[in-house]
Design a protein around this ligand. Structure first.
Ligand code: ADP
Length: 316
């Protein structure tokens, strides 16, 4: 049976400055701390899935800059199949410039760079690995026409697509019907449904609306409140594990990657959600995007050692 997870998406070099307060317009802050880590939703999900035990290929386009060789080396070290990570020589890889001030305020600016060179033509060249896929995962940091093209190919080849609709931007919602697993956080759910998504009732209502748009399984992640899932036959509310969260960057990405691994291993919906909750709970106890994704051993030990309230699973 096929078990390959093919993540088609972005990679970024994250350049982060931490300071007591953000600068005013025209002001220079002179005592910031600097960190460089690797991120990008596609890469985070691919790395998250590989560390969680998945057989993972990453389809991406990187550029030509001083940070990219190390990024590729990291992918190899995590065991990713990067035969179809393409490299453009006349552009930089995607970069995120982050300024974090006091009280959690930040400035964030993303230059998509080579991520926007991942064209339908490169998807055609990636067909050998797409043909091996048990599941495709996409996000929303690559060109719209590429996402639509992958949806059409996946439909023709009968490959289920997990779509993490993030970051939220307008899109042709008829494509939701081509989604096997739609994963959104509360903000993205609110964007898609055009309603507030805060209370339990609003979460369930939003999930129903997304189901009516045609997604086979809808998952709404709720930060430290856990996650809610709705399929045609089941609705499940999983509480989050109680941990000391220090940085929630990439929690949703680790959730998606590890959930895909559990599903391709044939785990039930409830067990897959619990596995993903454990992986993302570990992730929030660590700083940075890719550095914080846990290994399979860490996830299994965490589940063995940590009590979590029972999930509420209702067959509908
Ligand atoms: P995103 O990063 O996309 O906004 P969420 O913040 O909803 O996604 O987090 C995704 C998942 O990570 C949650 O469903 C939960 O399982 C886990 N998680 C997030 N924040 C915490 C936290 N503070 N404690 C424990 N688990 C968390």
């Amino acid at each position: 049976m096929k078990n390959k997870i093919v993540v088609i998406g972005s990679s970024n070099v994250d350049l982060i400055m931490k300071m007591d307060r953000l600068p005013e317009k025209g002001e220079t802050i002179t005592d910031a701390g600097f960190f460089q880590v690797y991120g990008g939703k596609g890469a985070n999900q691919a790395v998250g899935a590989a560390r969680a035990g998945g057989n993972v290929a990453f389809v991406n386009c990187v550029g030509n800059d001083a940070y990219t060789p190390q990024m590729l080396e990291n992918f190899r070290n995590d065991g990713l199949d990067i035969r179809f990570v393409f490299q453009e020589t006349d552009i930089a890889s995607g970069h995120a410039l982050v300024m974090i001030g006091g009280e959690g305020n930040n400035y964030l600016s993303v230059a998509p760079g080579a991520n926007y060179k991942l064209t339908p033509e490169l998807i055609d060249r990636s067909m050998p690995v797409i043909d091996e896929a048990a599941m495709i995962i996409m996000q929303y940091e690559i060109p719209v026409e590429t996402i639509k093209y992958v949806f059409r190919i996946a439909e023709a080849k009968d490959i289920p697509v997990m779509w993490n609709f993030a970051p939220a931007r307008s899109f042709d919602l008829s494509y939701v019907a081509k989604t096997a697993i739609l994963v959104v956080n509360e903000t993205e759910a609110a964007f898609l449904c055009g309603q507030q998504v805060e209370t339990d009732e609003e979460v369930e209502l939003a999930a129903k609306k997304l189901q009516e748009l045609g997604a086979s399984l809808v998952i709404i992640t709720l930060g430290k409140r856990g996650a809610f899932a709705l399929s045609a036959i089941e609705k499940v509310a999983v509480p989050a594990f109680k941990v000391n969260a220090v940085d929630t960057t990439s929690a949703g990405d680790v959730f998606c990657g590890s959930f895909a691994v559990a599903q391709t291993e044939g785990k039930s919906l409830t067990d897959s959600l619990r596995f993903a909750s454990a992986a993302s709970a570990i992730c929030v106890t660590r700083i940075g995007a890719q550095p914080s994704a846990p290994t399979r051993k860490e996830i299994d030990e965490f589940i063995g050692n940590n009590y979590v309230e029972k999930s509420h699973s209702i067959v509908i």
